[in-house]
Design a protein. Structure first.
Length: 271
């Protein structure tokens, strides 16, 4: 399927403010682009990109006094198949994990493994280490948290979401990631476009989404604790240990978000 995706985001500020943004698709999806992907700003300001250690395309710019509009649109080819399911996948013993995967067993800014370890072992210690365990964790996070945009905040951690029992997609992901790591299963945070094209009806306003990957039998598998079933049409933008590494924007000064429009739909116009 050809998917048309993009965004139009605006910020206001009274002073010049540097910004670091993960607003491009992940470098691993570049080969799937069928049109150019160019970030445009109004007013026009200098921007440049670099690729970080997670493969994220990071954009640096400075928001001028008054504010800025950042927009981008593109068409990408996607297999549009549901997330892979492999009930036979087993957990890799810690001593056999690749060095670059070990990072995803450790606690991080939003994933406090030390605070949730006892609960994780009490809840999931009886499950076979592998797909069955991860799916049980996903189901638990899905049932534990009630989705509510009004409860979103940038400081909310996996522990907070577990105790408050409400949050948004990133909170579902953080909780599931943390519980997986507690059970010695590497897990990493992912964010990007997740449209409603695989659903029978449109659900809410379009937004960027968060999910996670778990490392089983030498492969990263995608899981989604908010929806708790395989979805199709994901377009990865950024990934890392948690939302710290994959934040869509980081601003180094006071700004106000004044517009946030995201779209994802099937491209029906011939290229």
């Amino acid at each position: 399927m050809l998917i048309r995706a993009g965004y139009d985001i605006a910020f206001e500020t009274t002073q010049a403010v540097p910004m670091l943004a993960n607003l491009s698709i992940h470098s691993s999806r570049n080969k799937d682009l069928r049109t150019a992907q160019r970030i445009m700003t109004t007013p026009d300001v200098p921007i440049y990109d670099y690729v970080d250690s997670f493969g994220n395309v990071c954009t640096r710019l400075t928001i001028p006094a008054g504010g800025i509009t950042i927009s981008c649109g593109f068409v990408i080819e996607d297999p549009f198949t549901p997330d892979a399911v492999n009930p036979a996948a087993r957990a890799t013993p810690v001593e056999a994990l690749p060095d670059d995967v070990m990072l995803y067993l450790l606690g991080s800014r939003y994933c406090e493994t030390d605070r949730l370890s006892d609960a994780a072992w009490a809840l999931f210690g009886s499950y076979a280490p592998g797909w069955e365990m991860v799916q049980a964790i996903v189901a638990y996070a899905h049932e534990r948290i009630r989705f509510d945009y009004q409860t979103a905040r940038p400081t909310k951690t996996a522990w907070d979401a577990h105790e408050e029992r409400q949050g948004v997609c990133r909170d579902f992901a953080h909780l599931a990631i943390t519980l997986c790591r507690c059970m010695n299963i590497p897990a990493r945070y992912c964010t990007g476009y997740m449209g409603d094209m695989d659903l029978p009806a449109v659900v809410g306003e379009m937004d960027f989404s968060a999910w996670f990957d778990a490392y089983l039998d030498g492969t990263w598998y995608t899981f989604d604790a908010r929806h708790n079933y395989p979805r199709a049409g994901r377009i990865l933008m950024a990934r890392g240990r948690d939302a710290t590494d994959a934040a869509l924007t980081n601003t180094f000064g006071p700004v106000v978000l004044t517009r946030f429009d995201v779209y994802t739909d099937e491209n029906r116009v011939p290229l």
